[in-house]
Design a protein around this ligand. Sequence first.
Ligand code: ADP
Ligand code: ZN
Length: 648
Amino acid sequence: MLATYPTPPIATPTHNAACEPLQVLHDIFGYSAFREMQGQVVEHVTRGQDALVLMPTGGGKSLCYQVPAIARHRAQQGATLVISPLIALMQDQVDTLIELGVNAAYLNSTQDYQQSKSIEREWLNGQLVLLYVAPERLLTPRFLSLLDSMYQRGLLSLFAIDEAHCVSQWGHDFREDYLGLAQLHERYPLVPRMALTATADRHTREDILQRLQLQDARQFISSFDRPNIHYTIVEKTEPRQQLLKFILQSHRRHCGIVYCASRKKVEDTAAWLVSQGIPSLPYHAGLDLALRQRHQESFVQHDSADGGLVMVATIAFGMGIDKPDVRFVAHLDLPRSMESYYQETGRAGRDGAPAQAWMAYGLNDIMTHRRMIDDGEAHDSFKHLQRQRLDSMLALAETAQCRRQQMLAYFDEMSKPCGHCDNCLNPPEVWDATEPARMALSAVYRMARPSRGSAPTHFGAAHLVDVLRGKRTTKVLQYQHQALPTFGVGQAYSEVQWRSILRQLVAAGHLVGDAGEFPVLHLQTSAREVLKGQTSVFMKRSALKKATAPQAQGTASSAHGNSVRNAQALLDSFDAAARKRYKLLKEWRRELAQKMNKPAYVIFHDLSLAEMAQFAPKNLNDLALINGMGSRKLEAYGQELLSLLRPS
Ligand code: ADP
Ligand code: ZN
């Protein structure tokens, strides 16, 4: 196959100042500087080298390929093909680029024949700077022949493979079609390639490099720290009420996402929130496609100036959602790995302003997950990996240390305590729980073997707590558990405390819950050491009495090495005149967005509007200095904005 593709003519690059990446950043994007790692990636890729880029959500990955694409196109090195798995993501990116005056397009199933045809034409004659396609489209004979033609004429400048973790079976979003992308290198060996992702542990990273044949690519791994996200994990008691309280307390007028494990729970929770006066929409893969898309659009396009909107969703929702002003992500169920948790919570605060990640978790979460893994169809080695991933998630939920420090450590990053997660703000007490642990474990042991020779029987957590607290329930009497030596030995601890103790015993692996609608508890081998008094058990004291979730506030210092200015901080410092200007600007943006049927942030981010309201530029030169004001936007909206900003 290799030999059939003739070497393309070597393009003679044209170089002038306009082709410099920094110039592109100023002219087109209206930003003053690259973020730390961005600058290095852009320089490397613009020179035509391969790269693997790992950057957290909101870190600025898109610019890593968009700037080289524009710079190389200006230098007459051809066009960039972006491979992206999701239609919503492509549309959003293309809308944004077009608003910036960059000739970009996508090809996907939403277009009719005529539209595709005309985009193909623009692509073939080299007019397009960037073209977005899904991998399944890319790999069709028709599209490959378009690429062949571009390649032979030296018009292919760069392949950017977005969401590259989709190529790995170890990853959480594996897509069969991504495997076919290895072909790109075989077919077009002279075209530089870059792979980008926000989540990849070492394992997945190696998989990406190998499967995409990028072993020689330079790796850029940026910090996974998201200092503007404040983490809180609470014990699940009355999850809905806890969620409601959390929203009412800190996010009454904010947009946020609530993740649930099942479709039914998504629908119930959304309906319930609505009944409590919180505007909410459900999203899961079981909803009719058109409805799902409508909900997604409403959420993405929702302007927070109109109050809050909550998206209640399964994990089907999120990839490719670029909404910058999601102020909280809440979990009503435990995610199955730290990778998922990191990615899902990472959708909060992409604009750099303070945001909260909040989760309620309890004993049943752990048992359900363990059961799902055990009952799954997967190969043993994969089950083993799944268990390890779950354990790291449990360790995060149970830790008495800084949450963020522990998360970063999972991604091989050393850091100091963050100072604003729940554990930093309210350090939990750790106590020696060896005695109650032995009570519980010995009760399980005795209940399982009522008498020598009889078949073992197992019971669930609720019954165990009744026995420990000495409650004579019907079930207790039926099994004569009032006669056990452990009956009533645990009266010193409340039911809530017992639940917390049992949960921590399960999380620590001394107890395990097994299959069935009402999971029952079994001893694990490690429990023997506790029973024999060979190991002590330390636990976190139940934090229930303690403080509620912290307010979303505080510093939004650097996520990226340089300080992140944020709209909220500016708004807080506004005088009456600035507030009035901000209101006018928001109305202007809302009307324009409606007319264009695009999300408001495609036109300008909140930060850009806030800066305009603050500094009230009086001429085009000053207006050009506003963050996000590229030359196309200045030309299109400059005069209009100046007249809006003029004192009346
Ligand atoms: P990712 O794709 O990594 O999640 P994005 O590319 O969407 O992140 O970038 C996140 C936000 O940061 C976007 O609003 C983007 O415009 C902004 N951004 C990216 N790079 C810069 C920069 N150098 N200066 C200012 N803002 C930037
Ligand atoms: Zn912390």
